[in-house]
Design a protein around this ligand. Structure first.
Ligand SMILES: Nc1ncnc2c1ncn2[C@@H]1O[C@H](COP(=O)(O)OP(=O)(O)OP(=O)(O)O)[C@@H](O)[C@H]1O
Ligand SMILES: [Mg+2]
Length: 412
């Protein structure tokens, strides 16, 4: 198995997830539309890419993977769907017939980028719904063949449509988001015998829809949550990586790595392997000691790499929560990291503080906690909220000048 840190993986770079793949495959073949959720960097995009690869290779299903990260409005989304069809021979044949001569010729003669610009000029605010309906009709086709469409980062598009630059939901934005979600839902229902959808994103769609009162628009989707690897699976992944790169990671070394991460989010497992490998390379050794993995954790995972990653996580939080609620989220994460748990009493006390300062109340608090829980930062326990991931907790602790959790176990 080759390592990858950052981009989605499939094929020989893709590890485990057999049960998740099987469940998703059975669901889509059954015609169930799926909303795939899971914490950041859990491997959602990879899982769906691998699912589509498998469906194409083994079941002759046509597939379409649409990434809406850069889409700014519904018309952009439709353009994306049309242009992505290029990656599937059978769908592209149908789509080019629908597009007609001049646009198709552009693809043949000019660049793909020019084609997209020309297509975008034909699909706009005034006609995206009709064009979108026609595209779905075309993709669904007339035969019995099934098409699986995956839409990544739908939550970013909806968030963008809902909110202006001030991160506030506007009436116009809410109307447009409702229209888009209703359009998607209608098309799913209309073509349910032929088209099955999988929706996913780096931030959870449900909390965003709840903010705008649009939750009902997703009730034709069945939710599936992607969880971290268990410690054994993560350890097996580390063992495979070690074999590929000629390193010796003993069982107790791998166990310690998994314990540091606590929640074995695949991206963090790969990053940790990379950090240990770099350290060994510098030292000119191939066998990792317990000291090596602790040093790689403290200096690399919690060092520069950790800071960059944390910024990336926090940028997304800011994007979704907006300038008013975002500081609350940071404060809750900091207070939870400091005490190890965020109790109902802490919550009431903080709500009082905020009310006194006129900086938000129970509604903002419940929105923030909804997102922090849904997106996997905090998990609800009997005594309150706790961090799921040891790494995320340690990022917070280190930024507060506190030692990582393993050095503080007696101090809790
Ligand atoms: N099944 C897997 N096998 C090996 N590595 C994986 C797997 N899934 C995820 N990873 C690791 O996690 C990284 C991120 O994967 P991916 O982009 O699929 O996650 P994601 O959940 O879509 O992330 P985001 O929340 O940013 O959208 C990959 O670069 C890889 O290091
Ligand atoms: Mg992703």
């Amino acid at each position: 198995m080759k390592k990858t840190v950052g981009n989605w993986v499939d094929g020989e770079r893709f590890f485990d997830r057999d049960d998740d793949l099987l469940f998703l495959k059975e669901s889509v073949q059954d015609g169930t539309n799926v909303l795939l959720t899971g914490q950041r960097r859990m491997g959602k995009t990879s899982l769906v890419r691998e699912l589509l690869r498998d469906l194409r290779a083994n079941d002759d299903t046509s597939t379409l993977f649409v990434d809406l990260e850069d889409a700014r409005d519904p018309a952009d989304a439709i353009v994306k769907i049309v242009s992505e069809a290029r990656n599937s021979a059978s769908l592209w044949e149908k789509v080019t017939q629908w597009l007609g001569g001049s646009l198709t010729q552009l693809v043949a003669e000019a660049s793909y980028a020019e084609f997209k610009v020309a297509l975008r000029a034909q699909i706009h605010t005034g006609n995206w719904k009709d064009k979108g309906d026609a595209v779905f009709e075309t993709i669904a086709g007339k035969g019995d063949d099934q098409v699986v469409i995956a839409i990544d980062e739908l939550s970013l598009l909806i968030n963008h449509v809902l909110k202006g630059d001030d991160y506030q939901i506007s009436g116009k934005g809410a109307g447009e988001a409702r229209e888009f979600m209703a359009w998607l839902r209608r098309n799913c229902q209309m073509h349910r015998d032929r088209i099955t959808m999988v929706v996913l994103g780096s931030v959870g769609l449900p909390p965003i829809l709840r903010q705008a009162g649009l939750s009902a628009t997703m009730n034709t989707f069945s939710n599936y949550e992607l969880r971290p690897w268990d410690q054994q699976t993560a350890s097996d992944c580390l063992a495979e990586l070690a074999t590929t790169y000629g390193l010796d990671l003993a069982v107790e070394v791998r166990r310690t790595m998994c314990q540091r991460l606590r929640a074995c989010i695949p991206h963090h497992v790969q990053q940790y392997f990379d950090a240990v490998q770099r350290r060994l390379r510098l030292a000119g050794r191939t066998r990792a000691s317990l000291h090596d993995v602790e040093e790689a954790y403290d200096n690399d995972m919690l060092g520069t790499r950790g800071r960059i990653d944390r910024d990336h996580y926090e940028d997304r939080l800011k994007l979704i929560l907006g300038l008013k609620a975002y500081p609350l989220a940071l404060e809750i994460l900091a207070r939870t990291a400091r005490a190890g748990v965020w109790t109902a009493k802490d919550q009431l006390a903080y709500e009082d503080e905020l009310q006194t300062l006129g900086e938000g109340g129970a509604t903002t608090m419940s929105l923030v906690l909804d997102l922090l829980e849904h997106d996997g930062y905090l998990a609800s326990h009997e005594d309150g909220y706790r961090f799921e991931s040891g790494l995320l907790e340690d990022w917070q602790r280190v930024s507060l000048g506190l030692p990582p959790t393993r050095l503080n176990e007696g101090g809790r």
